[in-house]
Design a protein around this ligand. Structure first.
Ligand SMILES: Cc1ncc(COP(=O)(O)O)c(C=O)c1O
Length: 397
C-alpha cells in the first residue's frame, strides 16, 4: 500500500497552494482561496477516473462507510451482512449507523461466500457489504443477483483494492455505492481521507449533506443554508485533499509497479507444488497490492509464516492470528464491549459471536499468508525477496 513511498514535489506543490491562501476548509471563503478547491477537484477527477457520476470525499475510509450507509438510508435495526475477514471499520461503521452487523463466512476469494450470504438473509436485511480485501474481489455477480432478488443495497468496501476491476469496471463501481480509504498506508494517500462513489443521484446528494452536518450546500452563504436532515462532520480538509490530488496522478504508475513486483513474487512461489493462490473471480483483475497464497494446512501456514519472518522478510501477514483483520481477534466485538449502552436493536439481533460456527472461514484464513507489495523495491530486491520466500516456504513443506 505504497502511496507514501513516492511523496515528492507534486504533493508539496499542491499543499503549498493551499497554505499560501490559508484556506484549509473545503467550503466557503471564495474570495480568499485564489480559486483553489482541492477537495472538489479531487472529486471530479476521481469520479472521472472511476467512471462514476458522483464522488464525495470524506475524512477517512471509516467515514466513507458510515456516510455511505447513511446515504442509503440504513439505520437502527437494519441488518448489514459482512465478512469475517475485514478491517474493524466494517462493523464499527455499521454499528455507528445503529444497524446490526451480521457476520458470515468467507470463501477462497477471501471475502463473502455467496451461499453463506443467502443463508443469512432475514426480513431485516438491508445491505450486503463485500470487502475487497488485499487487492482482490468478491464474487460480485453472485452477490448482485442476491441483492436484486431481495431488493438489497450492494455496498462495496474497496479500501484495499483501488484500481482493481471486475468485468471491466473498477471495484467500487459495481454496487450501489463504493467506498475508499486514503489513509497513510493505502494505494494512494491523503494522510487521512476517504471517498464514497455512486451513480445514484439521491445517494450522492445524501452523502454530500450528511458528511457536513446536513448542510444543503445551496447558495454561497454557509450560515444561511438549510438542513433537510441531521448529519455529522466527516469533512475532509483541503490540506489532505491536496495531497490526495497529487497522488491520484500517480495511481496508474503505482498499479503498474505493483503488478510487476507481484508477478515476480508469484512466479517464484508458483514453482512450489503445495502453494496455491487466492481465487480471483472470473473477469476480475487484482490491484496487486498483496500476493495472497494458501498452504495445505493451518499448521503449515503458521510454520511457513514463521520461516519467512526468520529469513528476514518483512511485510508478510498471517491474518488468522492478527488482531485487526479476522474475527479471531475481535474479542471486543464478541463480548460487546462499548463505552456507552448499545441500542436494544443491536443487543437483540446480533449473533452470539462467541458461539457462532465460522469453521469454514477458519479453514481458509488458517491457511492464508499475504505478502504486501511495495513499489520502492528494485527488481534485484524483489527477486532476492522472492527467492528467500520460496526457500523459507520450501523448508517447512
Ligand atoms: C478494508 C478496509 N475498510 C475500511 C478501512 C478504514 O479506512 P480508514 O483507516 O481510512 O478509516 C480500512 C483501513 O485499513 C480497510 O482496510
Amino acid at each position: 500500500m505504497p502511496g507514501f513511498e513516492i511523496f515528492g514535489a507534486e504533493e508539496r506543490k499542491q499543499v503549498n497552494e493551499v497554505l499560501e491562501t490559508g484556506v484549509l476548509m473545503r467550503y466557503g471563503f471564495d474570495g480568499m482561496r485564489n480559486n483553489h478547491w482541492k477537495a472538489k477537484q479531487f472529486e471530479a477527477e476521481f469520479a472521472k477516473k472511476m467512471g462514476t457520476e458522483y464522488c464525495q470525499m470524506v475524512s477517512s475510509g471509516t467515514a466513507a462507510l458510515t456516510v455511505a450507509l447513511a446515504a442509503a438510508g440504513i439505520g437502527a435495526g437494519d441488518e448489514v451482512i459482512m465478512p469475517t475477514f475485514t478491517f474493524v471499520a466494517t462493523f464499527e461503521s455499521i454499528m455507528a449507523s445503529g444497524a446490526v452487523p451480521i457476520l458470515v463466512d468467507i470463501d477462497e476469494t477471501l471475502t463473502l461466500d455467496p451461499e453463506a450470504v443467502e443463508a443469512a438473509i432475514t426480513p431485516k436485511t438491508k445491505c450486503i457489504m463485500p470487502v475487497h480485501m488485499c487487492g482482490s474481489m468478491a464474487d460480485l455477480d453472485a452477490l448482485k443477483t442476491i441483492c436484486d432478488k431481495h431488493n438489497l443495497i450492494l455496498l462495496e468496501d474497496a479500501c484495499q483494492a483501488l484500481g482493481g476491476s471486475y468485468k471491466r469496471k473498477f471495484l467500487g463501481t459495481y454496487g450501489d455505492l463504493g467506498c475508499f480509504s486514503f489513509d497513510y498506508v493505502k494505494t494512494i494517500t491523503c494522510g487521512e481521507g476517504g471517498a464514497v462513489i455512486t451513480n445514484n443521484k439521491e445517494f450522492a446528494q445524501n452523502a454530500d449533506r450528511y458528511q457536513d452536518h446536513g448542510h444543503d450546500h445551496i447558495g454561497n452563504d454557509r450560515g444561511a443554508e438549510n438542513h433537510p436532515f441531521m448529519g455529522y462532520n466527516f469533512r475532509i480538509s483541503e490540506l489532505n485533499a491536496a495531497v490526495g490530488f497529487a497522488q491520484l496522478e500517480k495511481l496508474d504508475n503505482i498499479l503498474k509497479i505493483q503488478e510487476k513486483n507481484y508477478t515476480i513474487l508469484r512466479d517464484a512461489l508458483e514453482t512450489l507444488e503445495f502453494v496455491t493462490f487466492r481465487r480471483v473471480p472470473e473477469g476480475g483483475v487484482e490491484n496487486y497490492s498483496f500476493l495472497n497464497f494458501f498452504l495445505p494446512t493451518t499448521e503449515l501456514a503458521r510454520k511457513a509464516h514463521e520461516a519467512i519472518s526468520k529469513s528476514g522478510i518483512d511485510a508478510c501477514f498471517y491474518w488468522y492470528t492478527n488482531n485487526w483483520h479476522y474475527i479471531n481477534g475481535w474479542h471486543h466485538l464478541k463480548d460487546m464491549k462499548s463505552l456507552g449502552r448499545l441500542s436494544s436493536e443491536i443487543k437483540n439481533q446480533i449473533q452470539d459471536l462467541n458461539n457462532t460456527d465460522f469453521s469454514k472461514s477458519d479453514a481458509v484464513m488458517g491457511r492464508t499468508v499475504s505478502s504486501l507489495i511495495k513499489i520502492g523495491w528494485t527488481d534485484d530486491q524483489v527477486r532476492e525477496r522472492a527467492g528467500k520466500m520460496r526457500d523459507a516456504i520450501a523448508s517447512v513443506l
